[in-house]
Design a protein around this ligand. Structure first.
Ligand SMILES: [Zn+2]
Length: 334
């Protein structure tokens, strides 16, 4: 099975197919699971990815981000040399995919980043039966149990009700998390305009065009059209902006941060977050272990995060496991 996919400095390599999955350095042929910058880099010869991931890469890197592009549809098998590859939804961000690689009766699924909890902005994760399951381990410790995202959004709306004179500034990663927070606010019945930092505009527009309704969004700038968000507004911005000078322009800003890391009090304090929202686009411990069981894999390879705990859990449950030690991928720091 190590013949079908193996770890190399550029990333996960399929020698028979002549491709890499989510390579961290430029390669001739790359298969990309999703648009986050540590997985989707510019400069490859040929890129195979879902339509949404290709579009997101173009938005971020410009039209010349790769020599050539090919769209992979969910469930459609594509032959590359003597290897068959199929993309399946990963439930992580819009367009995110697991990549199933199959040859000579062996099937390996590289899941990229994924989660199992519901997300109105992307297709839900589908467990794919396989021999080897390659999993991330961002939150692979039993202490990580993510609450329902709707509960966290309820906390945000409760705070807006309690402090109607303050501007709630929600730090959220620009691809995926920001749009999910907005869509969850809409699901919870919040129909007021939501103000967004300029860094989110293009991706929010793209989500809308891809069929993810986000409601009325206004630019969160004092300069443009002179309309400051009225007191009690919700502003969504990249995490770096919440404790920046940028946020101080708003009426009595209240710093919120939507991240799985908000489970850790020390991180909440470090970032000066007043209202932590535990909303993650990565699987928590329960989801990771359940997913491994769901795939029925006899062997698990663990990529980035807390590999040791998950490898140990697999061994205790009679599943062969090893860390892949792939470099270049980040903790939920898209
Ligand atoms: Zn990601």
């Amino acid at each position: 099975m190590a013949q079908l996919l193996r770890s190399q400095p550029q990333g996960l390599c399929c020698p028979n197919g002549g491709f890499f999955i989510d390579p961290v350095r430029p390669v001739e042929r790359a298969l990309i699971t999703h648009g986050h910058a540590d997985h989707a880099r510019a400069g490859h010869g040929a890129v195979l990815a879902t339509r949404e991931t290709l579009d997101i890469m173009e938005i971020r890197y410009g039209s010349g981000f790769a020599g050539s592009m090919q769209e992979a549809r969910f469930g459609e098998t594509i032959r590359i040399n003597d290897v068959e590859v199929t993309f399946h939804p990963a439930g992580h961000v819009l367009g995110s995919a697991q990549i199933c690689v199959e040859a000579k009766g062996t099937r390996i699924v590289a899941s990229g980043d994924y989660k199992r909890s519901s997300d109105p902005t992307c297709a839900p994760f589908e467990p794919i039966p396989c021999d080897v399951f390659i999993t991330e381990a961002t939150f692979a410790l039993p202490v990580f149990t993510h609450p329902q995202a709707s509960h966290e959004i309820g906390q945000l709306l409760k705070s807006v009700g309690q402090f109607p004179e303050r501007t709630h500034i929600v730090g959220a990663y620009t691809l995926g998390k920001a749009q999910r927070v907005i869509a969850l606010l809409r699901e919870a019945g919040h129909n007021e305009p939501i103000y967004i930092h300029g860094a989110l505009a293009k991706l929010c527009d793209y989500y809308e065009s891809a069929g993810v309704p986000l409601g009325i969004l206004e630019p969160a700038t004092m300069e443009e059209r002179g309309a400051a968000p009225p007191p009690g507004s919700i502003v969504v911005a990249p995490p770096a902006a919440i404790d920046d000078r940028w946020s101080r322009r708003f009426a009595d800003p209240l710093a919120c941060f939507a991240s799985g890391w908000m489970r850790i009090r020390q991180r909440v304090r470090q970032r000066g977050v007043e209202l932590p929202l535990i909303i993650s686009d990565h699987a928590d411990w329960e989801e990771l272990t359940q997913t491994i069981k769901d795939t029925g894999a006899g062997e698990v390879w663990v990529t980035h995060g807390r590999e040791e705990a998950l490898v140990r859990w697999c061994e205790l449950n009679g599943i062969a496991a090893k860390p892949l030690h792939l470099a270049g991928y980040e903790d939920e720091a898209e």
